[in-house]
Design a protein around this ligand. Sequence first.
Ligand code: AR6
Length: 198
Amino acid sequence: MYIFIYNAFYIEICARKRSKIMETTFSNTKVELVTGDIASQDEIDAIVNAANAELRIGGGVAGAIHRKGDPELTQLTRPLAPIKPGEAVITEAPGLPNDYVIHCLGPVYGRDEPSGDLLAKCYKNALYLAEKHEINSIAFPAISTGAFGYPMNDAAQIAFETVKVEAHELEFVKLIRFVLFSEDDLELYKEVLNEIIG
Ligand code: AR6
């Protein structure tokens, strides 16, 4: 009985989660939007970290990834730091359900200029590393839109436009997932993506 109730509850939760997804395709790559925790994307090959320059544990995404990962993750990032805005580096993902973590440093809004180009570079460089490692699926958080203060709407526009252009060059990456932290962020990303699809 308890198992039945638990299962029914679980299926309901999954159904609700699925209903939050929006999907589209750029070239041969599926692009999807979900809400959730970037550190809990079990079926994804590589997750992207909205890192700090020192590639250490921080708040937000960097905190969630480093807390869930083994301490070895921080050891792996240490020799690769510091990185500059727009740059990305890749490590394995000890303790996480993924094969890799791609650590990107987004621009601080109003300080690192030109901020739009630097944010686009994050997405480009992450996809470049994914291709180099023959990665099939990658999940991005909304880089720079938390502690770094980038306006959500502009950040979404840059993310989708960059991915749309880069998709023509992708050989290995077949799924790009954007993981938004709140329902409001998801709705905003959906609106921007719908405008871009036209
Ligand atoms: N999963 C998905 N999205 C999340 C999560 C999560 N677990 N946690 C927060 N977000 P941020 P940034 C959303 O601040 O702006 C750190 O302290 C969040 O709501 O993680 O690039 C680092 O150490 C926001 O929309 O990254 C750096 O110093 C987005 O993810 C600095 O913050 C990005 O928020 C990086 O700042």
